[in-house]
Design a protein around this ligand. Structure first.
Ligand code: PLP
Length: 357
């Protein structure tokens, strides 16, 4: 079976097997990780190892804190302005689709949001170049969504915002390839795609951005409190943290993010080229702005959607239905989805086209 779900997404089988082996008895301690105090030496070592492995994978500079928090990426939409947008202040947001729109809507509850650029003018099929952005001089930060999970739009470049901190929602692209963390003020990602199970959000924040939370910011949402307490101000999502640590080790065993870049590049080329050379399937996104992780495609006649999905399921190609807001199909091909899955998908697509094209 191959799982193309956008999230919670497929996890590497080797990781699930290791977690299964350790489920009842972690490293001979007679306990599950789920049953350990988060303050025990055992769990602290699990937590610290996970953080160090993530630091190694992304080459995170020392002046950044890595936080393992709850509330998902959606909570960050409010947490970011509460921490980084002063009362009455202004922040720049780039609108490239459904997830950036959600971030904009939530931030607007806390301050002035300047939508400095929008892909709306391109029907969300292309990303406006930075020359067309209207950044404001007084912005506390610039927020963007490098990969729009639903629309299938991805930045192939990092915006240049000068001294204004750049904040990125990397939920569906983090760890898919190497990243220059030093270009960012803050990066955040819900775990349930390329990091691990849901219930965890990873925040990577430059230290000089700490200590700026509003007086009204709830303690639990203050990055500084989380950083001071090594993400253990309260009980963290211990099992999700542990499992994410196993994923980080797995990624290192694959050869790190350079290797993942090669693997993911080959996967996306296989799938887009199958779409582009067919008469039946299409993807509307401007080729330079196409997502590597989430590939939406439509069939020329949407009456074929149901038989396409039924045939896919029969062949063990699961969760290809597009997001309910856009319809069509979507193949999410995160790190844990191997080339073999993409090969099986394009073989089925060709077979289906022969029968129905
Ligand atoms: N941002 C992006 C880019 C996403 O893809 C998602 C979820 O799919 C979210 C935010 C919301 O994440 P969560 O469900 O963890 O709040």
């Amino acid at each position: 079976l191959f799982n193309f779900c956008a999230g919670p997404a497929a996890l590497p089988e080797a990781v699930l097997q290791q977690a299964q082996q350790e489920l009842l008895d972690w490293q001979g301690k007679g306990l599950s990780v789920m049953e350990m105090s988060h303050r025990s030496d055992e769990f602290v070592s699990v937590a610290e190892t996970a953080e160090q492995d993530l630091r190694d994978l992304l080459a995170i500079p020392d002046n950044y804190k890595v936080l393992f928090l709850q509330g998902g990426a959606s909570q960050q939409f409010a947490q970011i302005p509460l921490n980084l947008l002063p009362d009455g202040g202004m922040a720049d947001y780039i609108d490239t689709g459904i997830w950036s729109a959600k971030a904009i809507e939530e931030a607007s509850r806390f301050g002035n949001v300047n939508v400095a650029a929008s892909a709306k003018g391109y029907d969300y099929f292309a990303i406006p170049g930075q020359n067309d952005w209207q950044l404001s001089a007084e912005a506390a930060y610039v927020h963007y969504t490098p990969n729009e999970t639903i629309g299938g739009l991805e930045f192939s470049w990092i915006p240049d915002t000068g001294d204004t901190p750049l904040i990125a929602d990397m939920s569906s692209t983090i760890l898919s390839r190497p990243l220059d963390v030093s270009r960012y003020g803050m990066i955040y990602a819900g775990a349930q795609k390329n990091i691990g199970p849901s219930g965890l959000v990873v925040v990577i924040i430059r230290e000089d951005l700490l200590g700026r939370a509003r007086a009204t910011c709830p303690t639990m949402l203050d990055y500084t409190v989380a950083a001071r307490n090594a993400s253990m101000y309260n009980t963290p999502p211990t099992f999700a943290w542990y499992l994410s640590g196993l994923i980080f080790q797995w990624l290192k065993q694959q050869g790190g993010l350079d290797a993942m870049q090669r693997i993911n590049d080959a996967k996306q080329q296989t799938l887009y080229s199958a779409i582009d050379t067919s008469e039946l399937y299409s993807n509307p996104i401007s080729p330079v702005d196409r997502s590597w992780m989430n590939i939406p495609f439509r069939l020329a006649d949407d009456r074929l959607d149901k038989p396409f999905l039924a045939g896919a399921e029969e062949r063990g190609l699961l969760n290809l239905k597009g997001h309910r807001s856009v319809g069509g199909m979507r193949a999410s091909i995160y790190n844990a989805v191997p080339q073999a899955a993409v090969d099986a998908l394009v073989a089925y697509m060709a077979e289906f086209e022969q029968q129905h094209g």
